[in-house]
Structure formats: C-alpha cells, structure tokens
Design a protein around this ligand. Structure first.
Ligand code: BTN
Length: 334
C-alpha cells in the first residue's frame, strides 16, 4: 500500500469513528487507542479532513466532534458513514447518469455482487413506476439503486423487498425529523405529500431470482421551485418539512444501513416482522381508497396487508386482494 493510500484509509477510519459518535465528542486519546495512531497523526488526519470540507469542532477537554460533512455523494464521504457488511461496501458514484436503476441492472447483468450500490447526483432519465419519469433537482436530492442477490427467496416473494426498502426509507426520514408514513406499496408521504418513491426491478425465472434492483429517490433538499409546477402541491422534501437542509451523505448512509438491517431481518425471520413494522408505519390502512388497476377502479376501505404483502380492500362486493396498482387516499382517518 502506498503511503498516500494508507493515510487516506486512516483518515476514513478517523471519520468513521467520529461519525459513529454522532453528536458526542471523542477524545484524541480514544481515537489514537482505537486506531493505533499517535495523537499527532490523529491531529493530522483531522486537519486533512477539515481541508476537504468536513467541519470538526475541537471541544474543550472532550476532544473532536463531527459537526458537518461536505454535501457530496461520493465514496469518500459515504463509506465511513456506513455501518453495513454488504450494502454499499462497493459504491458506484456518478455526477450524472441516465438512471441509477438502469446502471445497476447493467452491472448486475455483468455479475456485480450483492449489496453493490449505484448513486448519482443527477439523473437525466430517472424512472418511476408504471412508465412515469422521476425528475429531481441535481445536487439537492438522493437517488440510488441497490443490487441484491437474495440467496433463497422464491421469485413470488421478491415484491416483499419493496416493502423492506420502504421501511428503511421511512425510518431514515423519521430519524431526520420528518413525520413520514408509507402509502401502499412504495410511496413515502409526509402530511399527504410524496417525499420518496421506490422502483424495484428484477431478473428471475419462476424458481430462481438472479438479481433484484431496488431504486430509491428521496426529495431531501429540494425547494418548492425545484418541482414541476403541476407537482408542487403533491410533493415535499426534508428541507420543506423541517425548514432546514439535511446532510445528504448522512441521510443516504442511514438509508443504506437501515436497509441492510431490515433486509437481514427479512432474510432471517421472513415477512412477518416486516408486515408488522409496515402496518405500524402505514398511512393507507384504515383509509378509504381508490385503487386504479388494469383500467378499472376498486373503491373501498384499505383493511390490512396480507401475509404476502398484498393490500386487502373491503369493497361493497367483499374483500379484494390488490397485488399491483395505484392507490389514491380519500378521507383521512377519524
Ligand atoms: C415512483 O415513485 O414511481 C418510483 C420512483 C423511483 C425513483 C428512483 S430514483 C433512483 C432510481 N433510479 C431510477 O431511475 N428510478 C429510481
């Protein structure tokens, strides 16, 4: 390893240690003990990180505190913030790309491994569900796609992974101080406005999933004028909800870390805990809904998520099991 590479690895480790401490300060001594560095080397790495735009305060008698990270989505910023074993350990970061999902699918076809992630500052051809486009202001939001190779998930259960992802995004938003909830199957809403969407695509045979790509777009620091006029009253962002911008690298790292936690839980314990957690975060259940599917409308009350992730809607004619479609929420819950 070259001295430059070793120095950048140590700087990443210092950064990871500070990031893990969150709002707490960490003493120079604790960092040097943990990483096997001299105090002078720790100071040098802190200075180098400051030079790259990290704000690290020196707190009297208590040590160093990470206050702000540069607003860039690159491996250097993201890797130290991740607390994962697979997801995001290989990162493909782009300034501009057509669609992170398309890139992830091409990489998956070329043999990319489980957990590899594609991230872009800007998408020129971002895609949403049902052939819609996904438009986002460059450098303000978060768009990423995770390549998954589920070891033993039957193809029929692959749609559960969309709900797994929705839990992670919802939880990351709540941690960022936003009251997010999930609209079936994969929209994340805040006070009725959309803040994030998920597009899941896969290559599979009836008895084997080759790969799944879960693509996520979150409006993080978008301003009202960043949305097309026709979407302004339907969309929102973390910035608009809490009145101050969120550090995107920290937010994305939280999404990826939480995604891996929920993914592992799903792999180990099956769909039941996912269903329970999803139900607790749902803004769909208990509401009057209109589901548009295959050119017809189903009107009724969204009652429950069934054991396979389908939405059960009670209509005048009985209970309909919805496996795909667009859901519009009618009356708010009393
Ligand atoms: C939807 O709500 O319709 C789903 C939107 C999904 C958008 C994300 S952004 C990252 C990834 N790349 C894409 O082209 N689409 C997904």
């Amino acid at each position: 390893m070259t001295p430059e590479l070793a120095a950048s690895e140590s700087a990443e480790q210092v950064l990871a240690f500070l990031a893990e401490a969150g709002d707490d300060a960490v003493s120079g001594e604790a960092i040097s003990d943990k990483l096997g560095l001299t105090r002078a080397a720790v100071w040098k790495h802190v200075e180098a990180l400051r030079g790259q735009g990290y704000r690290i305060d020196a707190v009297a008698t208590r040590g160093y505190r990470l206050v702000a990270v540069p607003d860039r989505l690159r491996a250097l910023e993201l890797r130290p913030l991740l607390n994962t074993h697979d997801v995001g350990q290989v990162l493909h970061c782009f300034e501009s790309i057509g669609s992170t999902n398309d890139q992830a699918k091409a990489l998956a076809d070329d043999g990319a491994g489980h957990g590899e992630v594609v991230v872009a500052e800007r998408q020129t051809d971002g895609r949403g569900r049902r052939g819609r486009s996904w438009v986002m202001a460059p450098g303000r939001n978060v768009a990423f796609s995770v390549i998954l190779r589920p070891a033993s998930l039957p193809t029929s259960r692959a749609p559960e992974l969309t709900l797994v992802a929705s839990l992670a995004v919802c939880d990351a938003l709540r941690r960022a101080g936003v009251e997010a909830g999930i609209k079936w199957p994969n929209d994340i809403l805040v006070h009725g406005r959309k803040i994030a969407g998920i597009l899941t695509e896969l290559a599979a045979e009836p008895d084997q999933v080759h790969w799944v790509v879960v693509g996520v777009g979150v409006n993080v620091n978008a301003r009202s004028e960043d949305f097309p006029p026709e979407l302004r009253d339907q969309a929102t962002s973390v910035l608009l909800e809490r009145g101050q911008p969120a550090p995107r690298a920290l937010f994305l790292a939280a999404c990826l870390t939480l995604f891996e936690e929920w993914y592992d839980r799903h792999a180990e314990e099956g769909f039941d805990p996912i269903r329970e957690a999803w139900t607790a975060r749902s803004v769909t259940l208990g509401r009057e809904v209109v589901v548009t599917l295959d050119g017809r409308e189903v009107v009724g009350q969204a009652e429950a998520l069934d054991p396979s992730g389908a939405l059960l809607v009670r209509t005048a004619a009985g209970v309909e099991r919805i496996t795909s479609g667009d859901v519009a929420l009618l009356r708010p819950r009393c």
